[in-house]
Write a protein that binds this ligand. Sequence first.
Ligand SMILES: NC(=O)c1ccc[n+]([C@@H]2O[C@H](COP(=O)([O-])OP(=O)(O)OC[C@H]3O[C@@H](n4cnc5c(N)ncnc54)[C@H](OP(=O)(O)O)[C@@H]3O)[C@@H](O)[C@H]2O)c1
Length: 327
Amino acid sequence: MKRQDVKGQVAIVTGASSGVGWQSAVRLAEAGVRLCVTARTAQALERLRDEVLQRGGECLVVPGDVTVQEDVERVVRECLAHYGRVDVLVNNAGVQSYGLFDALPWEHITRVLDVNCLGFMRFARGVLPHFRRQGRGHVLNVQSMLSRGGAPLLSAYTASKHATLGWAKALRLELEGTGIEVSNILVPSVDTNMFAHAPTLLSRAPAPVPPTYDVDVVARSVVAAVRRPGRTRVPVFLQGRLILALDAVAPWVGQFLLGHFGARMQQRDEPVERREGNLFQPMTRSYGPHGPVPPTPRWKRYSATAGLAALAGGVVLGVAGLARAAR
Ligand SMILES: NC(=O)c1ccc[n+]([C@@H]2O[C@H](COP(=O)([O-])OP(=O)(O)OC[C@H]3O[C@@H](n4cnc5c(N)ncnc54)[C@H](OP(=O)(O)O)[C@@H]3O)[C@@H](O)[C@H]2O)c1
C-alpha cells in the first residue's frame, strides 16, 4: 500500500493512560495525527493531553472502560462530535493476570478476554459504520508475540491475543475492497507498567519474558502502520522475526526454554505492589510510558541474537543434512 499522508487524520487510541498507548499517542501527535484518547484513568489522560499539547498536537480526552458498551459508544460519539471524523482506531487497551491456569480465578480469565478481545471488537464495531460511510478507515490492533506463541502463567492472556489475531485476520478478509484496512503489530516485551499493573497469584512481582525493549519501538511501529496500513508488523528482530523463524523450523527450542525456565523468567525479586492489579479497578499511581523493568542492555540482546541465530543456522543445516542423507 502507498505511504499515506497522516497529517490531520483523527485517531482514537484506547489504553492511552499508560505504556504503549501513551507513547503511541505522543508519536502520532508528533506526526500530525489528531487524537482522541481513552482509558479509565481520567487524571492520567489529562497528563497525556498536556504532553501532546506541549508538542503542538491536538488531544481530546474521553475516559471510558472498554468492557462497557455505552462507554465505547460515547467515546466514538464524542470523537465524531469534536473532530467530525475518525480515520484510525488504535485498539490497544490490555490486561494480563499471572498464575497457573487451573489456579486463576475464573473472573480473571473472563475479564482478560473481555478487555483484550471483546474490547477490541466493541471498538471496531463502534467505528466501522463510520468507516463504511467514509469509504475508508483503519483498524490497527496492538497484538503480542503471544498472539503466535505461548507463555506459562499467562494462559488467559495468550488465549485472548490468539483470538484477537484470528478475529483481525477474518475482519481483514471481510473488508477487502472496502477501503478499510486492518493492521496488527506483534509487540515484544516492552518496558511498560503492564508488569506493575498485572494481578498475580505468585509471591514475586511479574516480569516480561526477556529481552525487554523500549516501548518507543512499538510507538514508532504504530506510526509506521498508520502511514502504511494493512500489514502484520513485527517491530524487532530477536524477540520477533528470529523467534518466529526458529519456531517455524524447530518449535522444540521455545518449548524447552519456556517450559523449563519461563515461569522463573517472568518473576522479579520485588514484592507484589497490589495483588489484585488493574483488572477491575485502574491503578492510579503508575502512568506514563515506562514501567518498573528497564529495557535489556543492547550488548545482551546482541549476544542472545548471535546465540539464537547460530542455533537456528545449526538446525537448518542439520535438517538439510538429514534430508540429503535420506535421498
Ligand atoms: N508491555 C508488554 O511487554 C507488551 C507485550 C506485548 C503486547 N502488549 C500489548 O500492548 C498493549 C498495551 O499494554 P501496555 O504494556 O501499555 O500495558 P499498560 O501500561 O498496563 O497499559 C494498559 C492500558 O490499558 C488500559 N486499560 C486496562 N483495562 C482497561 C479497561 N477495562 N478499559 C479501558 N482501558 C483499560 C489501562 O488504562 P486504565 O487502567 O487507566 O484503564 C492502560 O492505559 C496491550 O494490548 C498489551 O497486550 C504489551
